[in-house]
Design a protein around this ligand. Structure first.
Ligand SMILES: NC(=O)c1ccc[n+]([C@@H]2O[C@H](COP(=O)([O-])OP(=O)(O)OC[C@H]3O[C@@H](n4cnc5c(N)ncnc54)[C@H](OP(=O)(O)O)[C@@H]3O)[C@@H](O)[C@H]2O)c1
Length: 322
């Protein structure tokens, strides 16, 4: 099978980090990039060794050298770009969150389904080996019955009010940017949400800058989650069960180690050594999916993505009415 040819939309922070990590992936090649400005696209293409540079998404898709579009524009721009690609029959890996609303996310998966084209939200943590091992330990019953997920993700941003993180028009706010990760972990470990409560702080630009979220899961268990873009958090996660707990230390969403603690025993550590930050693991997974002719990932499914969108939508709706 020949290498999957990737096109990247946007040349921002995420696109650059992804392109750097891509060298460690297997089965694909970065082929084209599209930026709002031709100069920026050409600079990015030169820097990362891409063959083609565009200033129009339609032209990049029409160019015909793409097997996949990777969308790394602000959240608010994901829907239009993904829909354009799907309608052109081009598979899509779209940065998280897939879109800013449940309705738009569902519409994209429906369109992908109808067209028989691959679509996945880039929830890269799902492909992290430490997270995969954590799920295996839970499945083996190493911590007993899982009762609670504690997880947080937060940092204090120092950006202008029109930056995408603070700008409501670009989908700004902590929940869609970082809160999505703790919610993802809670639902990965404990499944469907039955009820929830939250406390939010809204910043000067009108977006959520800090939130505490409590979930009750339909199958039992609770989650206590925090997300922030106005203060530094430890960025760790703890999954507690009736026999012990698993800690995923600092930057758990990009984990390289796990700590396993059983009542009355010395903690055990497991390390996971891989190059880069881990975005290449997601890229390799997507290449495998496309090579196998899949229209969605078996590890991070449309249902997982829609479930996450539904929970975030409910929270954002609650906060609007407060
Ligand atoms: N998976 C992860 O770990 C991770 C980490 C960070 C971010 N992300 C996701 O990646 C996406 C991009 O985030 P980022 O941090 O890369 O943002 P960023 O640095 O602001 O870059 C976004 C890029 O989008 C393009 N763009 C198009 N319209 C724009 C507009 N109206 N305003 C600003 N930029 C516009 C620009 O590229 P051009 O000038 O080339 O058009 C800009 O550089 C977000 O959805 C975010 O959630 C994911």
């Amino acid at each position: 099978m020949s290498a999957i040819r990737w096109g990247i939309l946007s040349t921002g922070n995420m696109a650059r980090q992804f392109a750097e990590d891509f060298q460690y992936s297997r089965g694909g090649v970065l082929s084209a990039v599209c930026s709002r400005r031709q100069n920026d696209a050409e600079g990015f293409a030169r820097e990362f060794g891409l063959e083609h540079a565009y200033s129009s998404l339609e032209d990049m898709l029409r160019g015909g050298q793409l097997d996949l579009l990777y969308i790394a524009s602000p959240h608010s721009h994901h829907f239009d770009a993904a829909m354009t690609a799907l309608k052109a029959g081009v598979p899509v890996l779209c940065e998280k969150p897939m879109t800013t609303t449940l309705q738009a996310t569902e519409a994209l998966y429906e369109a992908a389904d109808k067209a028989g084209v691959f679509l996945m939200e880039a929830l890269w943590t799902r492909f992290n080996p430490a997270i995969i091992e954590m799920l295996e330990w839970i499945r083996e019953g190493r911590i007993g019955e899982v009762k609670t997920v504690h997880a947080n993700f937060g940092f204090a941003v120092n950006v202008e009010p029109d930056h995408r993180l603070l700008n409501p028009a670009l989908g700004g706010g902590a929940l869609l940017d970082v809160g999505i990760y703790p919610l993802f972990l809670a639902q990965l470990v404990l499944g469907e949400v039955a009820s929830m409560d939250s406390r939010v702080e809204i910043g000067e630009t009108g977006v959520d800058v800090h939130e505490d979220i409590w979930l009750e899961h339909a199958g039992g268990g609770t989650s206590s989650l925090t997300a922030s873009i106005d203060r530094f958090l430890p960025n760790n996660a703890i999954i507690s069960g009736t026999r012990g707990y698993i800690e995923i230390p600092g930057h758990w969403f990009a984990a390289k180690s796990l700590r396993y603690c059983l009542e009355g025993k010395e903690p055990e550590w497991a390390s996971f050594d891989f190059a880069g930050a881990g975005w290449h693991l997601e890229a390799t997974h997507v290449n495998e999916c496309l090579s196998e002719g899949r229209t969605h990932s078996p590890l991070y499914t449309p249902q997982d993505s829609i479930r996450l969108a539904r929970t975030m939508n409910l929270l954002l709706d609650q906060w609007k009415t407060e």
